[in-house]
Design a protein around this ligand. Structure first.
Ligand code: ATP
Ligand code: MG
Length: 433
């Protein structure tokens, strides 16, 4: 590559720039606040993990492990590594590694980038972001319901509407085994309808065939034996409890007996929150119970349940629904006619900021030409969206004062305030969160 050739980001990996980034921060703040109210604690795991963690955790015959992982060899020590395609496996690894379940269950959440080599399109990227919640060590169906309520509450907090909650139960391993046998028998009788993917998975992972997006196979899939019909009493009771709690909270749901989810590790309750407003990338959040994953990753057997949402899809849906997201504004913009005043001005701004006021200082963009005309500074002040201009003119400075001029009300009211006594008037400027 020549030195002058432009360097650009990798396809499907996006820069998140202002003002868009403010929406991300807004959403993340909402999440942090809500997670705290549900007593879920933040957890941060590495973005790179041993490849074996995902192969073991997610299942060898899943889309992610078969074709979507960014895996590579560490050229310094030959280790096989993978950029995390999801975070549950890493959370479980960390929980086991640090014996976090020693004193009982844990409620955890995370946010961060994930990586999957998929075909980039609206709502589908190669670096995308998830926010996830996991409750580990709790076997009860009430915790499944709590997690669903947590996601449901988030939609309410951020103003998302028309999201459908689909539920299913995948039962327990023995029930899946009986269903699997019936399913294979059924699919063997219809070999001619199966596509290449389905034939390959017929014996390795027949349940995933039901998850196909191939229209030619829909009829076959619709008439296939349903796992739900193979559930025993205990599994049904677990599912019943989840539904009863959701009903008591007025959370609407529909049963989708074909919901199987992309990872192998789920059992009992699985769920997705779905919208029709994002084209084919309609799942904004998915999750379920994964009581066997901890053991599979080498921990002492312990139950767990969790979900993950796609941040890009949630933000795109907010935009689609024209839900207003507050934009950051400044309380004040400092207008500085003479650079000689800068030491005093900046000492003043510093005090204002420490008193909680949001202040943007005017700065020259051309070297050697001073601070710029008053007119151009006022233009910048207006464009900044600030509510007040702080004018540090020579007359005010001589009196040890600053002029505070309103930029929002039509007649531009202004008052002079003393620099020596900032605490008495700082609060009158402070409007931003
Ligand atoms: P899909 O069926 O759309 O591929 P998935 O089942 O692979 O989704 P999960 O692994 O359950 O998705 O991840 C949880 C959420 O993360 C999804 O519901 C979605 O909102 C988001 N997500 C998954 N893959 C991507 C991606 N490539 N780009 C953007 N968001 C994604
Ligand atoms: Mg996927």
């Amino acid at each position: 590559m020549s030195k002058t050739q432009k360097l650009v980001a990798i396809k499907g990996m996006n820069d998140i720039l202002p003002p868009e980034s403010a929406k991300w921060e807004w959403l993340e703040d909402k999440v942090r606040d809500l997670m705290a109210r549900f007593a879920y604690r933040n957890m941060r795991t590495p973005i790179v993990e041993p490849t074996a963690l995902f192969v073991r955790g997610l299942g060898e015959v899943t889309d992610i492990v078969e074709k979507e992982m960014y895996s590579f060899e560490d050229r310094l020590n030959g280790e096989q590594l993978t950029l995390r395609p999801e975070a549950t496996a890493g959370v479980v690894r960390a929980v086991v590694e640090h014996t976090m379940l020693y004193e009982g269950g844990k409620r955890l959440y995370y946010m961060g980038p994930m990586f999957r080599h998929e075909r980039p399109q609206r709502g589908r990227y190669r670096q995308f972001h998830q926010i996830g919640a996991e409750a580990l060590g709790f076997p009860g169906a009430e915790v499944d319901a709590e997690l669903i309520l947590l996601a449901h509450s988030l939609w309410q907090e951020i103003g998302l509407q028309n999201i459908e909650l689909q539920l299913n139960s995948l039962g327990q391993p023995e029930e899946r085994k009986a269903h699997r046998a019936a399913l294979i028998e059924y699919l063997e009788k219809n070999l001619d309808v199966l596509d290449e993917d389905a034939r390959r998975r017929l014996y390795s992972n027949p349940l995933r065939i039901l998850d196909t997006k191939n229209p030619a196979m829909q009829e076959l899939v619709n008439a296939a034996p349903r796992l739900f019909d193979f559930l025993g009493e205990a599994s049904l009771a677990h599912f019943e409890t989840v539904k009863t709690i959701l009903d008591a909270n007025g959370v609407k749901w529909t049963l989708n007996p074909r919901l199987v989810r992309g990872m192998d590790y789920y059992n009992l309750t699985v769920f997705e929150f779905i919208t029709t407003q994002l084209g084919s990338q309609g799942t904004i959040c998915g999750g379920g119970r994964y009581d066997y994953l901890i053991e599979q990753i080498g921990g002492k057997p312990a139950p767990a349940v969790g979900w993950a949402l796609g941040v890009e899809r949630v933000l795109e849906l907010l935009k689609e629904q024209e839900q207003p997201v507050p934009e950051p504004t400044s309380d004040a913009y400092a207008i500085i006619p003479d650079a000689q005043a800068l030491p005093t001005v900046m000492a003043t701004l510093q005090k204002l900021r420490m008193a909680g006021v949001t202040v943007q200082m005017h700065s020259a963009v051309t070297a050697g030409e001073g601070m710029g005309s008053m007119k151009s500074q006022f233009k910048k002040a207006d464009a900044s969206g600030a509510r007040f201009a702080l004018i540090f003119g020579p007359d005010e400075m001589a009196r040890g004062a600053v002029t505070v001029k309103s930029l929002r009300d039509g007649n531009g009211q202004q008052v002079e305030q003393p620099l020596a006594d900032i605490d008495t008037w700082a609060a009158t400027l402070h409007i931003t969160g």
